[in-house]
Design a binder for this molecule. Structure first.
Ligand code: CS2
Length: 477
């Protein structure tokens, strides 16, 4: 079992991470741990959860140490990770977190706060001024509430102290994630102090990234299996797959680890990598999540074990691939084959309902951008339309077998209200396609788009998820 090969008491905090969930611990923290193992002790991580004390409560008694379990059908390996030096709950003592972020030794702030954590309108990309957290931060930034608020407050403190900014690296699955956090921070700064805005605009760095590793939520069963193996209980463990990838735009405000040495790719153009990942991996993930969850399939590997769904994902990828401009070095056919193998990893037990969460925030970059690109090229969207219709059907809060499910989505009450008010299926679909925070006006108004989603929804209702997918494959044959 691999263990930290460095003196943890000598590690300095060079990174503050906002949103320390399982994904950070199995992805970015591993790279910083690699740097520490290589003898560069500047890259310890201070992790913060915004609200929930859970991760702090799990990791504090273990002094921040945790096990990463890497698993696929063929292998299982364990690694103890020492990079996380401390975990805090941001909202417990916001000012002290801002102070920690303003330390001259902190050079990087990473974020995994999920799509909704940026407080941006998904369709327009503008700061949501009606968000209660955003209005609180705009009124008083001395105790921030939101992720953009913490970053802005800490940059303000650094500027007041004559320090250089840290580099802000968004590690969420958002298109142009760097530009998004930058615009959230700049918009906030402009409203608070125009000179702060100008300083951040000139000196700050918000590189775009593409991050990839499948990290399902840890379950009590995972913890139990590991404790039998280790002889002690590790509540902070994370479980993941062998595959990992991190591509960062080569734009930094200050120091950074020797990323290239730790298999992180620095490049000028992240966009094409990101589009490929969001439209192929995440587009298929969300589609399988809704179709699978509706059909009562609990895990992703079970969905691709159904031949119709597996073939359907290939059809969806054909549709998406036609909209991509692959970066040099990405072989799409090999990438697709590898993705299918990753989805089939039964050891991960990745729940379809976990991926189904927050669909209103995920759909635009995963399925809608692809649909728009195809429609403007005059291409049909039968597979994409079924993925989108399955999201609408999932918002009804029932599986095909009639089991009631809780729809976890920031727009859940709005979608429920619209679905209940409508009197038939066509009106239900129309009511959700009119949601302008999800569907951009041009797409929402496109009659070809609306009809394709309507038809898919009617098929879903009539034939179920697998039946509707099979019908599309038959038609294409
Ligand atoms: C998943 C992603 O939960 C989800 O929405 O699609 O978290 C996915 O596992 C990662 O993007 C893989 O890199």
């Amino acid at each position: 079992m691999a263990k930290p090969d460095y003196d943890r008491s000598r590690v300095r905090i060079g990174v503050v991470h906002l949103g320390i969930g399982a994904f950070h611990r199995a992805h970015q923290a591993i790279v910083f741990d690699d740097a520490l193992n290589a003898g560069d002790l500047r890259w310890g991580v201070l992790g913060a959860s915004l609200r929930s004390p859970d991760v702090r409560d799990q990791l504090a008694p273990q002094d921040g140490l945790y096990t990463m379990v890497i698993e696929d059908g063929g292998q299982r390996s364990l690694r103890i990770v020492g990079a996380v030096q401390e975990v805090r709950v941001a909202l417990r003592d916001p000012a002290s977190l801002v102070e920690a972020m303003a330390s001259p030794e902190v050079h990087i702030v990473t974020l995994t706060v999920t799509e909704k954590g940026y407080c941006l309108d998904p369709a327009s990309g503008k700061l949501k001024l009606d968000d209660p957290g955003i209005s609180a931060d705009l009124a008083d930034l001395s105790a921030p509430v939101t992720a953009p608020g913490f970053v802005t407050a800490a940059l303000r403190l650094r500027r007041n102290r004559g320090l250089s900014p840290f580099t802000v690296i968004s590690c969420d699955n958002l298109p142009h994630n760097g530009a998004r956090i930058r615009s959230a921070v700049l918009e906030m700064a402009a409203r608070i102090d125009p000179r702060l805005h100008d300083w951040i605009a000139a000196e700050g760095a918000f590189p775009q990234t593409m991050i990839d590793r499948i990290v399902p939520a840890t379950t009590p069963a995972d913890i139990e299996i590991l404790s039998t193996e280790l002889g002690f209980v590790d509540l902070g463990m994370v479980k993941t797959e062998p595959f990992t990838q991190w591509i960062i735009e080569d734009r930094f405000a200050g120091e950074r680890p020797d990323f290239a040495r730790f298999k992180v790719r620095l490049t000028e153009a992240v966009g094409p990598w990101e589009d490929a990942k969001l439209r192929l991996l995440n587009g298929a993930h969300s589609t399988l999540a809704y179709l699978g969850a509706l059909a009562g399939l609990e895990y992703v590997h079970q969905t691709v074990a159904v031949p119709v769904l597996k073939a359907f994902v290939d059809r969806l990828w054909d549709e998406a691939e036609a909209t991509l401009d692959p970066p040099p070095g990405l072989d799409i056919a090999a990438y697709r084959a590898e993705l299918m193998a990753r989805f089939s990893n039964a050891a991960l037990r990745h729940r379809t309902r976990q991926i189904a969460m927050d669909g209103s925030q995920k759909l635009p970059q995963r399925l809608l951008a692809t649909a728009s690109a195809r429609l403007s090229a005059g291409l049909p969207i039968p597979a994409l339309a079924l993925g989108i219709a399955a999201w609408i059907r999932w918002q009804e809060g029932r599986t095909e077998a009639g089991e009631v499910v809780v729809v976890e989505d920031p727009l859940a009450s709005e979608t429920a209200r619209r679905l209940t008010a409508a009197t038939d299926d066509r009106a239900r679909v129309a009511a959700l396609l009119d949601l302008q925070t999800v569907f951009q006006p041009a797409l929402s108004a496109d009659p070809v788009f609306r009809e394709a989603v309507m038809e898919a929804f009617v098929d879903l209702r009539r034939l179920g998820a697998v039946g509707a997918a099979a019908l599309r494959l038959d038609r294409a044959a």
